[in-house]
Design a protein around this ligand. Structure first.
Ligand code: PXP
Length: 255
């Protein structure tokens, strides 16, 4: 289907996948000393210069990495398409409506987890998700749901009325051999259904320089959101080359 938001999202027409760079772990390093550096806005500018199509941050309830001030500064930067990951809580909905990122991705959040462990159970909390979606989208912000590649969750996402889904690629990334092929098939099928429903399809979690190829080549994939692998590589080669290398893989070169 044609890309409904050409100014913001260029990949849905199945040209090439876009790369969203998640810079949470730049803030993780900074928060280790509660220092001013490394600065997330500077990181965002470097990532964009290296070819990132958007920047993602996750404002967690416990503020373990990204802080409210980071979000405020990033949201004011011109030329930066900001995707805010957040839990569907009243506090976060209020923050999204005030800071006005380009898009919000609703994710499940548990205090004890190291990272987002699974997809959002949209089916099990449809009215809560729909309520959050309506309040956020009333401000002109596109809304995505981070879900497992599960056909029932895709249908629930459609029922909730959102614009996009982001498939959790963690199980694919952690598997190998036949199990990985099965996980990929689940993503292919769920993605086909989502596109049939008119939803834009993004993917992310656990993607790295080795495993990103098959996900980047998914038919109709809009954008991949990648954080940890890029920031980890940036320690050794610098952020700009780390983003550039990933951008090449995501847009189909060298894979
Ligand atoms: N997408 C979502 C919704 C996430 O929660 C995360 C992790 O913060 C990512 C993508 C990026 O995952 P990773 O850091 O493993 O690349």
């Amino acid at each position: 289907m044609p890309n409904p938001w050409p100014a913001l999202f260029r990949g849905g027409d199945n040209s090439v996948a876009l790369l969203g760079v998640n810079i949470d772990h730049v803030a993780t390093v900074r928060q280790a000393r509660r220092a001013k550096v490394p600065d997330v806005l500077f990181a965002a500018r470097v990532a964009l210069k290296a070819g990132a199509d958007s920047i993602t941050v996750h404002l967690r309830e416990d503020r373990r990495h990204i802080q409210d001030m980071d979000l405020s500064r990033l949201s004011k930067e011109t030329g930066l398409r900001l995707n805010l990951e957040m839990a569907a809580t009243e506090e976060m909905v209020r923050i999204a409506r005030v800071t006005h990122p380009h898009s919000v991705c609703l994710v499940p959040e548990k205090r004890q987890e190291l990272t987002t462990e699974g997809g959002l159970d949209v089916m099990g909390q449809i009215s809560r998700v729909r309520g959050a979606f309506q309040k956020i989208s009333a401000k002109g912000i596109k809304v995505s749901l981070f879900i497992d590649a599960d056909l029932n969750q895709v249908s629930a996402a459609k029922d909730a009325g959102v614009d996009m889904v982001e498939f959790h690629t963690g199980a694919f990334a952690e598997a190998s051999g036949e199990v990985r092929a099965m996980e990929l098939k689940k993503i292919v099928d769920a993605s086909a259904l989502a596109r049939r429903f008119g939803l834009l399809v993004n993917a992310g979690h656990g993607l790295d320089y080795e495993n990103v190829g098959p996900i980047a080549r998914l038919e109709g994939i809009n954008e991949l959101n990648i954080g940890f692998a890029i920031i980890a590589r940036a320690l050794f080669v610098g952020l700009e080359p780390a983003v550039r290398e990933m951008k090449t893989l995501v847009s189909g070169g060298g894979s």
